[in-house]
Design a protein around this ligand. Structure first.
Ligand code: 6PG
Length: 272
């Protein structure tokens, strides 16, 4: 069997992400609902606890709407079997306006706040990261793939610079905080606030399902980078080994999908 196409590359068909393009937020929420319903239905049958990672920025509003509508549809849902955790977090208290967890807690009904994995904020982000990793292990007991956790579903956003979670281009070498190294600390985030904690790239790559939610023409270049596996972008590196990668895009961000780009001469400017 030929393992090599003569150019020292493994000759395997390149799987492309599943792409959902929405005309507006209503359609995006409907697409997220279908995705969440499919994943939760399957995973709740398979697992004791289902772990869902979410990001900050503009994600809390659309994710929360889709998640609450989906869970209303699920029959006999046992809330104790769903846990939501932050993929990354600013090193601030949850009542701070910059807190990702705080953004979700403001949107979720009080009685569901207990499904979120808590963390304690310390002045030194490395301590915050260490404590959060211990909580992820304690509350989630995710399947482990060697030393890395296998979270069930991870929702990611991207920045116009190609970052995802709090993993930024050129800053991939992060402070290791534990021997297992699921969570890292960063103190010079180009996106404020500077002090953050984040799942490591290996944890994102070991997830069973990764879904990006990306909107706006300023991110079309990063969509192209994900599509073409341009690894200078951390967002393009955050690809699960099992290739279960889904993109939720609006029509502007979808212009980064090459086949869709031909219909529009105004292809997005290359990211400088
Ligand atoms: C954060 C986020 C970050 C975010 C992207 C996109 O804490 O800032 O986790 O990774 O997902 O920067 O943010 P927007 O969706 O707001 O553009």
């Amino acid at each position: 069997m030929c393992l090599n196409n003569g150019h020292n590359e493994i000759d395997k068909p390149e799987m492309k992400p599943e792409v959902n393009v929405s005309a507006d937020e209503t359609e995006l929420v409907a697409q997220l609902r279908r995705y969440l319903n499919e994943k939760l239905t399957y995973l709740l049958e398979q697992n004791g606890i289902v772990s869902i990672g979410v990001s900050g920025g503009s994600m809390p509003k659309v994710f929360t709407k889709a998640f609450l509508e989906t869970t209303e549809e699920l029959k006999n849902l046992n809330w104790k079997r769903i846990r939501i955790f932050m993929v990354d977090e600013r090193n601030v208290e949850k009542d701070d306006d910059d807190s990702n967890l705080g953004a979700y807690l403001k949107l979720f009904p009080q009685e569901l706040h207990e499904i979120f994995i808590p963390f304690t904020c310390y002045r030194d982000a490395r301590h915050t990261a260490h404590g959060y990793e211990m909580n992820l292990r304690k509350y989630l007991f995710p399947e482990q793939n060697g030393t890395f956790a296998r979270f069930d579903v991870v929702f990611l956003g991207v920045g116009p610079d190609g970052h995802t979670a709090s993993l930024f281009p050129g800053k991939e070498r992060l402070d290791k905080v534990t021997e297992l190294h699921w969570v890292a600390a960063i103190n010079d985030s180009p996106k404020p606030p500077a002090s953050r904690i984040t799942l490591t790239m290996q944890c994102l790559q070991n997830a069973k399902n990764v879904a990006f939610i990306i909107t706006g023409i300023q991110k079309a270049e990063i969509v192209r980078g994900i599509w073409n596996r341009e690894l200078r972008y951390p967002a393009a590196q955050a690809r699960p080994y099992n290739e279960k990668l889904t993109l939720f895009l609006d029509e502007e961000a979808a212009k980064g999908i090459p086949e869709r780009d031909s219909s529009d001469s105004e292809s997005p400017p290359p990211f400088e």
